[in-house]
Design a protein around this ligand. Structure first.
Ligand code: SF4
Ligand code: SF4
Length: 487
């Protein structure tokens, strides 16, 4: 079942009764949504009565549609404005995610490396302590009451002195700033030792690592010369997992799906369940970095990914008959579908996070709209560069013309196809992806891989939501999310 972007029949809708809505046909039923993220499944007759203003005003359905803002002359503006404000509260906050690339060096040679990492001996690609100090100063100029510093690379542990400096300096500065400060380390973990783990745990650093499934699959994608990346990752993962089980900070693993993964959804999920993970993040390959050059070997079409996703998702639902275990993309969408608490996942919001939700700082002090913009600079394209920590000000960067253009391009009301799409209240576009794939930050959704994947995932989720038992499972996933904030 596909989400239709056509709106036949709307011109005939009843001016006083029928409020603004988007819809798609799903078999014999219609899915309708509105900008508050409320949704209903209607039969063909109900849909016809709804659009023509002929619904029985004493019916349960009429009452539900009125409560959810679908009946024009029964709007509760106060409640709806409050829900809208809650769903879009990120608009009042400024950049909260600050990606710091402390080095481009890495000891791995992953097939799909988006960062286009350099070899270990190339020390010219390390951040200096002087630059690091300026980066921390710039981060604390951000207006957001909540700050997340995320170390990316390359492999950040290669430049351990700078990681240590930034963690210490940020915690020190925050004693005065009193922001909600989170620090994440995105690492392959292979360069960790007990002293580093102790320091990071003492400073409440979250760990994020990559796990592409069982050893043969992981090691095929993620090459660590002379050793098994899978064995190294698991050795450290288990150690940190034990130490952080009852803490607010923790370790998470992320999966990148390559062509070799497509036939093995169960093997991959079983690996995560065996490790005691709370869920899995089924991420499709991005056309940035090294992946672009080897797409013929490791890439796939949107339809191939969706076939994998649906099989993996249905297996996850089977697992949930025994224990709570979530899929992260679905959980992000479900938070928007079932609650008014937008999880502020920066790639899936409107407008996207570039420059107004996140900022990326390169090893040389260059400032970029987002991590994807920084990755593009590794492909000799500086389109998304918005400053340098040694010059100008925070305001110059966040008010940069590139940020204005990206905010306009990623606001779904400005996207012709998205503005009519039934999934618009839950979705987001990434102008850097549009630019990398189609050469234009506005993108062309009908042929855009990411749009097709998001639409396919939302099609699958809504088909599951037609069964009330699944909704109970999904609400458990969301309760889990509230226990501790995401990595
Ligand atoms: S994906 Fe990460 S671990 Fe792999 S080569 Fe790139 S930076 Fe290194
Ligand atoms: S990007 Fe999202 S909102 Fe836009 S058309 Fe695709 S699925 Fe719909």
């Amino acid at each position: 079942m596909k989400a239709s972007t056509a709106v036949p029949g709307v011109a005939r809708s009843h001016q006083a009764q029928t409020g603004f809505f988007r819809f798609c046909r799903r078999g014999n039923r219609y899915l309708i949504t509105n900008d508050l993220g409320r949704y209903h499944f209607l039969t063909r007759e109900e849909f016809s009565d709804f659009t023509s203003g002929a619904l029985d005003q004493s019916s349960v359905l009429y009452g539900r549609l009125a409560k959810d803002g679908f009946i024009r002359d029964r709007m509760d503006f106060e409640t709806q404005a409050s829900a809208w404000r809650s769903r879009n509260r990120f608009l009042w906050q400024g950049p909260s995610l600050h990606i710091v690339v402390v080095t481009l060096r890495c000891n791995h040679h992953c097939l799909y490396c988006q960062a286009n990492a350099v070899v270990m001996k190339d020390r010219n690609c390390d951040m200096s302590l002087e630059t690091a100090e300026k980066v921390v100063d710039r981060i604390f100029e951000a207006s957001s009451p909540s700050i997340t510093i995320e170390f990316q690379g390359g492999e950040p542990l290669v430049n351990w002195p700078v990681v240590k400096f930034i963690v210490t300096q940020a915690r020190r500065k925050n004693r005065k700033a009193k922001k909600a400060l989170w620090i994440n380390l995105v690492s392959n973990l292979s360069l960790l030792d007990d002293a580093k783990i102790d320091f990071l745990l003492k400073h409440q650093v979250n760990f994020c690592t990559s796990l592409d499934g069982p050893a043969d699959l992981h090691d095929r994608n993620r090459i660590l010369p002379g050793r098994s990346s899978h064995a190294e990752t698991l050795r450290q993962y288990k150690k940190i997992y034990r130490k952080t089980r009852r803490k607010m900070f923790r370790i998470e693993a992320l999966l990148t799906v390559t062509r070799a993964s497509l036939a093995r959804p169960k093997d991959i999920i079983d690996e995560y369940v065996r490790l005691g993970a709370r869920g899995v993040f089924l991420r499709s390959l991005s056309p940035l970095g090294l992946a672009r050059g080897v797409w013929d070997k490791i890439g796939y079409t949107a339809e191939e990914f969706l076939d994998f996703y649906r099989r993996a998702f249905d297996y996850i639902l089977e697992i949930n008959q025994r224990t709570v275990f979530f899929e992260q993309t679905a959980r992000i969408f479900l938070a928007k579908i079932l609650t008014d608490n937008d999880p502020n996942f920066l790639d899936l919001r409107s407008p996207c996070g570039a420059g107004i939700g996140q900022i990326a700082y390169n090893f040389d002090g260059g400032i970029y709209s987002c991590d994807e913009g920084r990755m593009l600079s590794r492909m000799d394209d500086e389109t998304f560069r918005i400053g340098d920590v040694r010059q100008g000000s925070y305001r110059d960067s966040v008010g940069h013309p590139v940020i204005r253009a990206v905010a306009v391009a990623s606001c779904l009301d400005n996207q012709v196809v998205c503005s009519q799409c039934v999934y618009k209240p839950y979705c987001g576009v990434c102008p850097v992806h549009c630019y990398a794939e189609q050469g234009d930050i506005m993108g062309r959704m009908p042929t855009h891989t990411r749009c097709r994947i998001q639409k396919g995932i939302l099609d699958h989720l809504f088909s599951k939501l037609e069964d009330a038992k699944n909704e109970q499972v999904f609400r458990q996933w969301l309760r889990r999310a509230e226990e501790r904030s995401a990595c």
